[in-house]
Design a protein around this ligand. Structure first.
Ligand code: NAD
Length: 499
């Protein structure tokens, strides 16, 4: 059995707590490795190393820091296949999807190459006689991030790339379910020229997270994961005086207007609802057709597409649409919610419950499901399922559809499919959700914009990546300087007699 490590002080270090978690191959259901769960003392050691390494890194000029990012991009491209394979093996997503995971992180690293420009401060010349005023963006010091299982490459990079580009040290506590890629990323950063100890990976669970939250040297915490944990981390981190941003769960609605191109809408729902087995915070989990006639046409288009979906292990290559979910517990939770949908009266139009794959009977595969006539009081509507399950809620009008999305407690992403510019504009303006797609089902903003939801999908003020990340990972210092007239008036060379 492979025993994974931490990456502390530039070295792979064995865990000393004696506690481990199992890392599965979700396609086979086998335990393929053990990951150490750090103790409070192991976190303290990493923080000590980070605090020693950070000042020299902060003093390295931003252009040189950017060159490390540039070299890192090259290494990510060099090792893309290796990273994707390791990622799929622990997460279960298909290889093209795993490459997308690395790619969307890489794009944020590319954005961070602009650090010299992004970190330029402000300057007012002659704010008063002999007085200049300028603002500096200085790093926070030692920063930390806690990441979820579903994007083990992208989300760590969304955090550590801007943190490091700004001159901070960063301690990453990745998901204990798929920790190998984060460890590989830390190694690659050092190969790219990052000094030892500036980026460290400490594996662990609640004990490690609590140690980070309570350590006085840690200046900021970034978190992405489920809403209850996001709320806990935000509350605890803020109470301890840290700068905190937490991104939580989602229930993303797609509204389909009667004038939408129904083939386009159905294709979009297939990718956005079932891609990555629905384990995306930007997955569409609720389809809201406006009018019964639209709903009937949509279901008619969806069913044959869903029945054609190919579910299988990543090793089957491009021939698979989505893979297994991450753990047996995740599978049980999804199946439990599906049963609740049936019990509470939703119509299960496509039933994937008896899905089984020959040779992979112990894998965590879940067949695709489609519900119709879901109502807002049902658990499958209220809760995040995080599986290949699409719920259809029929709305009587556009107003009813927009109200549905607005009343939901989550507010990560949403989409509208229509040919009507007026409806699309109104939707984008009024909706209380952070990321909006117009005929785009998964509107994940690119690296140079910012990513973040509203409502219970976020706790904190600033979004991830884009200009917000450079605000989150720096603090502003404003200097007012006054220089009374001096040497330029001419030196005094003559011996002056006292008056
Ligand atoms: P999770 O909340 O179970 O775990 C996230 C991280 O928190 C992990 O590193 C985990 O070790 C740690 N953690 C778990 N329990 C903890 C506890 N009691 N105390 C302290 N730390 C704890 O989430 P997950 O299952 O890994 O990821 C899926 C969730 O993440 C979904 O809800 C999904 O919507 C959300 N997500 C949100 C975004 C976003 O940007 N809004 C992006 C990706 C995923």
């Amino acid at each position: 059995m492979q025993e994974l490590t931490h990456y502390i002080g530039g070295e792979h270090v064995k865990g000393t707590s004696g506690r481990f978690a199992d890392v599965y191959n979700p396609a086979t259901g086998e335990v393929q490795a053990k990951v150490p769960l750090a103790s409070t003392d192991e976190i303290a050691k990493a923080v000590e190393i980070a605090a020693k390494a950070q000042p020299a890194w902060a003093a390295t000029n931003p252009q040189r820091r950017a060159r490390v990012m540039m070299a890192f991009v090259g290494l990510l491209n060099r090792d893309m296949d290796k990273l994707a394979e390791a990622l799929s093996r622990e997460h279960g997503k298909t290889l093209p999807d795993a490459k997308g995971d690395v790619q969307r992180g890489l794009e944020v690293v590319e954005y961070c190459i602009g650090a010299p420009e992004l970190l330029k401060g402000e300057y007012t010349d002659s704010a008063g006689p002999g007085i200049d005023m300028y603002s500096m963006k200085q790093p926070l010091g030692v920063t930390a991030g806690i990441t979820p299982f579903n994007f083990p490459a992208m989300i760590p990079m969304w955090m550590f790339a801007p943190a490091l580009a700004c001159g901070n040290a960063f301690i990453l506590k990745p998901s204990e379910r798929d920790p190998s890629v984060p460890l590989m990323l830390a190694e690659l950063m050092e190969e790219a020229g990052l000094p030892r100890g500036v980026l460290q990976v400490v594996n662990g669970d609640k004990e490690a997270v609590d140690a980070l939250l309570h350590h006085p040297v840690i200046q900021s915490i970034g978190f992405v994961g489920s809403t209850p944990i996001a709320e806990y981390i935000y509350g605890t981190g803020c109470a301890n005086g840290k700068r905190v941003q937490c991104f939580g769960g989602a229930k993303n609605h797609m509204i389909i207007m009667p004038d939408a191109d129904m083939d386009q809408a159905a294709d979009a729902l297939i990718g956005a609802g079932y891609g990555a087995a629905g384990e995306r915070c930007m997955a569409i989990s609720v389809a809201v057709p406006v009018g019964d006639e639209t709903a009937d046409r949509l279901i008619e288009k969806l069913v044959p597409r869903i029945e054609k979906l190919k579910v299988g292990p990543y090793t089957a290559g491009d021939d698979v649409d989505y893979g297994p979910v991450v753990t047996a517990a995740a599978k049980q939770n999804i199946l439990g919610l599906i049963q609740s949908g049936v019990d509470q009266g939703a119509e299960l139009v496509v039933d994937g419950r008896d899905f089984s794959l020959q040779g992979y009977e112990d894998g965590f595969f879940v067949g695709p499901h489609l519900f119709d006539r879901v109502t807002p009081d049902m658990d499958i509507y209220k809760k995040e399922i995080f599986g290949p399950v699409l719920s259809t809620v029929r709305a009587g009008s556009y107003e009813e559809a927009i109200k549905l999305a607005m009343d939901h407690e989550y507010g990560n992403g949403t989409a509208i499919f229509t040919r009507d510019g007026d409806a699309a504009r109104d939707f984008a303006n009024r909706i209380n959700i952070g990321m909006v797609g117009i005929n785009v089902p998964i509107p994940v903003p690119l690296a140079y914009h910012t990513f973040g939801g509203w409502k219970k999908s976020v706790f904190g003020d600033l979004n991830q990546h884009g200009p917000d990340a450079f605000k989150f990972y720096t603090r502003t210092k404003t200097v007012t300087s006054r220089w009374p007239s001096g040497i330029k008036e001419g030196g005094e060379f003559n011996f002056k007699a006292m008056d």
